[in-house]
Design a binder for this molecule. Sequence first.
Ligand code: GAP
Length: 449
Amino acid sequence: MEKIVALCKRRGFVFASSEIYGGLGSTYDYGHYGVLLKTNVKNEWWRAMVQERDDIVALDSAILQHPRTWEASGHLAGFTDPMVDCRTCGQRFRADHLPDLQCPQKPSKPPGDGPNCDLTEARDFNLMFETTMGPVKDSGATVYLRPETAQGIFVNFKNVLQFSRKKPPFGIAQVGKSFRNEITPGNFVFRTREFEQMEMEFFVPPDEAPRWYDFWKGARYDWYVELGIREDHLRLREHDSDELSHYSSATADVEYLFPMGWSELEGIANRGDFDLKQHTEFSGQKLEYFDGQTGERYVPHVVEPAAGADRAMLAFLVDAYDEDEIGGEQRTVLKLHPRLAPVKVAVLPHLRKDGLPEAAQEIYAALRGRMQSEYDEGGSIGKRYRRQDEIGTPYCVTVDHQSREDGTVTLRDRDTLEQERVTIDGLAHDLAARLAREWRSPKGTGAQA
Ligand code: GAP
C-alpha cells in the first residue's frame, strides 16, 4: 500500500487534502490522473448499468435531503458504530475493531492493552455529519450530509415511475458523494469520511427478488473481472445471518485481496420492501406499483448493488501495480485495463529536432479529440516510456526520421513491450480497435524487453 500511496502522490493521482495546513483527517484530493482514472471507473459503471441495459435509468439526487428521510431509513436512530475514547492519549477508536488497531503510545499493542491506556465504556456514535440549513444557526433546521446515495433513489421512486415509463423489474442508478464520520478511517482511500458511491436500486415483483439477487451478484463480480481484476484476488462472500443489516434478508460482498487482507469492494443486498414501506409510512405517500393491465397493486422488493468509486479505483490500482526489469533497468508500471487507463496514448518525437516535434504535434492534435492523449518531448525516449508506464498508458507512439519518409510511426505496447510500425493515416482507427479489445491482466507473466 505504501508503494501505491507514494506513486499516487509522485504522479499526482491523489494527495492528502488541505496538505498546506497539515492535512484534514482522512480526506483526499484527486489530481489530474486520479480524476481521469476515477472518471473512467464511473463511466464503466454507467456503461454496464445504464448504457448496455434497457431496464435501468439514471438519477442525480441532492446531497441534502429532508431530515425525515433519515428517520424513515433508520439512519438517525441506528447508523452508529460503538466508540471508545482513551482518557490518556485523547484518541478515539471503534470498539469492535480494537484487536486490529494500534495503541498510539505503544504501537505493538492494541488500544486498551498499553501500560497507560484508560479507555471509556463503549458508546454509540452516529456516523452522519450534521449541519444547519438557513442563515441563522439557532433557528435553522438540522440537516444531514447523506451517508449513502440509496435513499435519494427511494424518495424519488414515484417521480421516476411516472416519467420513465418503466415497470418492475427496473432499476434506478446513481453516482455521487456520500459522507460518514468514520471513527477509524484508513488504508488510504479505502475508508474515508467523504467518498463516492455507485449505487443501483433494482425494483422487482416480490417473488422475483431471489432470482434477481443471484443475477446481480454474478453481474457485479463479472464487471470487475471484465475490467481486468485477477480472479485469484476476487471473491464473493455471502454474509452470515448475524452480519445482515436490519433491512436485509440476504447480502453478499464482492471482496478484493487488498494488501491489508480480503476487504469489501461492493455489497449486493436483497432489501425486501423495507425502504419503500418506511418512506410510505413517514411521508404519507404511497410508494407502490399499480399494474393497469392486471389490476395488481404491490410494493416492489429491492435488490441493491452498492459500490464505492474510490475503493474500486484503489483495487484497480493495487491489482495493476507491477515492477519489472527492462534491459537491466527497473520499471514501475500500472497494468491497468486500457479502458480504465487515465491516458490512452502518448505521442513522442524521437528527437527534439529535424521537424520531428512538429510532426508529432500534428499526430497528437489529430488523436486528442478522439481519446485522452499526451504529448511529451522531455528527456530520453526511455525515460518518457517509463513516465507513461508509471501512469498506465497502454500505447506510446514514437515519431522518427522514417516517419517523415514513409508515413509510419512506432507503436509500443505497455504490456508486451512489442513495437510495430503502423501508418499515421490508420493510427486513430487502429488505436480505437486495440482499446476496444478484450483484455486480461498480464501481471506476473514477466514481459521483458
Ligand atoms: N446503500 C448501501 C450502502 O451504502 P455500504 O456497504 O455501507 O452500503 C457501499 O456502502 C459501498 O460504499 C461499500 O462497499 C464501499 O465500496 C463504499 N464505502 C462505504 N463506506 C465507505 C468509506 N467510508 N470510504 C470509502 N468507501 C466507502
